[in-house]
Design a protein around this ligand. Sequence first.
Ligand SMILES: [Zn+2]
Length: 332
Amino acid sequence: MPEGAPVRGGAAVDNMTVLANDNRACGICGQRCQLRLDGLFDDRFGAPGSFAIMACAGCGLEQTWPRPSEDELKELYERFYNAGIRSGSAYRSLRERFFTSGLYRLWLKWDGDMGFHGRRGAGRLLDVGCNEGRGLRLYADNGFQVEGLELNEQAAAVARRLGFPVHTAALAQFRPAAPYDVVVLANVLEHAWDPVMMLAEVRRLLRPEGEVWISCPNASSRWRRVFGRAWINWHVPYHLWHFSPVTLQEVLKRAGYEVASLKTYTPALWMAQSLCVSLRAREGRINRVMRSAPVAAGLTLMARAMVLPWFRHLNRELRGDCLIVTARPREG
Ligand SMILES: [Zn+2]
């Protein structure tokens, strides 16, 4: 589809209040965006609507278009995302057993640690979007004094039953008793309605010498080219922003940070999920192949053992699927 041509919109798109997107202005810098890819749909949970990826001519940041309003996002999460995640019980129980096993620590060394679950340290750590507390348990085992922030009350209650303090305030309203040494944003920033504002709020929570640990999909990944529309990390309409090493650094700079380290991994599970979408994804349907425990486990192991060893160089060239960034508040 040529650039500048009208973008198709499905039912959900037509019904959405589309903020600045009507004039295709960048949600970060306000400059005009141009079409990169269209015809994307929710290939996991079956929410209606057709979406596109636009790239800002100013800052280069790629963004999902149209960007749902905050109210629409709330409904999308409740009706499709959370409901979809609850539905795969065998898949979930397999995942939980794996994450709580000793095998998981070995797997992190082999596959890459996109949740920062292998990092040891000390001090106060806040996991933003801690869900049911799987990460909290691992961070605590690694030496941190942990707390979680989770808007989903049910998930927060599960994490509290594990014995961890979990806050349910929105980030902007959250006022902790003391600042944190580490704030974790593991696969969170790409979901944020305003990532610069989210990072600025996180900065407020950090000690001056504290760190934010960010993982998110890498829009410069070579696997994006390989899988095209089936690349799992488009994940529309839930992923609103598609960061590359360059654009994430720009967003961090705007929010008052300097980057201490940046690297990429390609998690085998993500590759397996892209394969699942390539094999079977239909608009308006939940992708049951992806939530099948044997299929997910089989494809993940296959990707890890047979495919990814050939492509280690992509991670070194910052062309892996997942960006891993440590950033610190800039002085002054
Ligand atoms: Zn921009």
